[in-house]
Design a binder for this molecule. Sequence first.
Ligand code: F6P
Length: 359
Amino acid sequence: MKVGMLTGGGDCPGLNAVIRAIVRKGSFHYEDEFVGFLEGWRGLLENKSMPLDLSSVGGILPRGGTILRTSRTNPAKKADGLDKCIATLKKHSIDALIAIGGDDTLSVAQKLHEKGVKVVGIPKTIDNDLAGTDYTFGFDTAVNVVTEAIDRVHTTAEAHNRVMVVEVMGRDAGWIAIHSGVAGGADVILIPERPFDIEKVAETIRLRHARGRYFSIVVVAEGAKFSTDMDPQHGAPIVQDMEKDEFGHARLGGIGNILAREIERRIGFETRTVVLGHIQRGGSPSAFDRVLATRYGLGAIDMVHRGEFGCMAALRGNKIVSIPLADAIAKNRTVDQEMIDVASGIMDKLTGDEEPVEK
Ligand code: F6P
């Protein structure tokens, strides 16, 4: 078969491992040929491609980023965009397309599938917020990066008697914040799923210091929201500017600085912010992500040969299975109560708890 491939949305450690696994299994076991479309859906819109063979995937397993590059291009927002993509696939005589991306990229894959394209999806995002799969690759690497950063921030916070706020990625879901916060021993973890009351956060830290601790670590997801008096459940996330990308997302960021200012203003402890940003997405994937990405790639090329189109490779209880793309994009997978209970169990208070717990 002639198989096309693209990577869309924010990059993620492990993308190259997926590409490599698909090309290797496709070449060794199915005698497939591959075409890589460049820069996400832009490659199909503008017919930008590169040949993908065993030599082009040599040595890419440990490399971050994606040799196919990526973009947040949305063909559904361009005049005849989806038809242009289909025309490019025809021009290259592509039998099946593998789209590697998050909910935005996979929503376009679903639209193309509805127009008759034979497409298989692979879930990718450091945010780990895709429905239908237990873990996305890239998440483990991001959590390791953030945990190491929290460990480093811990020692300087302790040395200076400071509160340190660590802002991490996580637009709609706080998986990175809660996993790295638990792994790094954070004192407060704030996630998009639970709008928080700044008074309670400040009071929690004040009580902690009152019982003899002289530094604190706060981990906040970029999409976390202040609750408001008007509507305590639904604050708005802090955005860097009002401009939106082609999938309608604003650029988040800035909550860490605001939080630090408000904590210091309320309780008087010197407070500093660290914004980890794209450091979380760059660099070499962890061993776990290399293995997971490889398994997703193998799963996807097998799905192509079984004719399971309009589906996504998913991890369910340590097995790679095939699920409808429509299920994966239907909603975000947000942090579950079990993980919230883990965090609440070892911390003074997680936002949403009734009152700070005195130890
Ligand atoms: O891929 C998801 C994500 O990591 C979000 O957590 C974050 O808001 C966004 O990417 C940032 O994307 P960009 O690199 O386009 O600024």
